[in-house]
Design a protein around this ligand. Structure first.
Ligand code: ZN
Length: 318
């Protein structure tokens, strides 16, 4: 984006343009935002691996303020009910989700969400929580091998298993990359705005694994989260999340067998009844998205994208 574009968007936000445009809009589905972790504003730039995945606390607060003011934050149960039963949703529904189970989501994001009355769903990996260790890609990055992560993701499952087993890195609870504790999970699960969902035991690329390994990764995660939270776990997010690349039709079958009734990919698009219950699309949220940039995406970019994806008459069989 050009500097000019950034300045123009900030001006359009300041003069109330986006607010007025959004007030008259009806979204073609639910905007599900996909975050990962949150970092304190004071954290120096360059101190996190995959830093774009750690949005600043002030950025998240600005997103919450915009959406609570111009759209309607909804809960995962509301989306689930709409997908299963067609129950009506507000004109501009937005659901916040956070993948991976970083502790910063419990310590930094949850208070911001609650202050703005914004519901959220947290999709959590159980292995790093149980073992008090870094997720495998953060462990590789901390060893200076960040550049190898993409290659390992694309490698055969056995090679990923060896890399995962070879990168077991214990982590303190106050480390910025620490996973949630079982206590954090319990505390989030009892709060009315929040739901805990599964994200596998240790974040493999499921499409690379055989069905038995996929089942173990999915079912063991669900059971561990249920044990820690004392609640049924019936939602899921696919690690990495690209359909056909990171998960397969076999994965979807295993997810269904595990008792999951709603699952999320990282395909870009609007969620809701227009998508399969076990393949709900989302919009990726990275560090550096200002309030005006998010307003622009909500008012223009994402909806243009949805228009472009509307099936033609031929595709609809008309
Ligand atoms: Zn993930």
């Amino acid at each position: 984006m050009t500097l000019h574009g950034t300045a123009t968007k900030a001006m359009l936000l300041r003069v109330g343009h986006y607010r007025r445009r959004l007030a008259a809009a009806r979204f073609p589905g639910v905007v599900v935002l996909c975050y990962h972790a949150v970092r304190p504003d004071a954290a120096p730039a360059g101190s996190y691996p995959f830093e774009q995945l750690h949005v600043r606390a002030s950025e998240l607060a600005a997103h919450c303020e915009l959406i609570a003011g111009c759209c309607t934050p909804i809960s995962l149960p509301a989306l689930r009910h709409a997908v299963a039963h067609g129950s009506p949703l507000p004109a501009r529904p937005v659901l916040f989700t956070f993948d991976d189970g970083y502790r910063s989501v419990a310590t930094l994001a949850a208070p911001i969400l609650e202050r703005h009355g914004v519901p959220a769903a947290f999709f959590v990996c159980s292995g790093s929580i149980a073992g008090r260790r870094l997720l495998w890609y953060d462990a590789m990055a901390r060893r200076g091998a960040e550049a190898d992560v993409d290659r390992v993701k694309r490698a055969p499952f056995e090679e990923w298993q060896r890399a995962d087993a070879g990168s077991l890195t214990p982590v303190d609870d106050d480390d910025p990359l620490a996973p949630m504790t079982p206590g954090d999970l319990r505390s989030l699960a009892v709060r009315p705005l929040f739901e805990i969902g599964a994200h596998t035991v240790s974040h493999p690329i499921l499409a690379r694994a055989g069905v038995a390994d996929q089942r173990e990764q999915i079912v063991d995660c669900v059971r561990a989260l249920e044990r820690w939270t004392g609640r049924p776990v019936t939602s899921f997010a696919y690690p990495n999340g690209q359909p056909g690349v990171d998960y397969s039709p076999d994965t979807i079958a295993v997810v269904r067998e595990a008792g999951i009734d709603i699952a999320f990919s990282t395909r870009t698009g609007f969620a809701g009844r227009g998508a399969a219950a076990l393949e709900q699309p989302r919009f990726m949220m990275l560090a550096g998205i200002s309030q005006s940039e998010l307003a622009h995406r909500l008012a223009y970019s994402w909806r243009r994208l949805a228009d472009a994806q509307t099936p033609t008459a031929i595709e609809r069989g008309a």
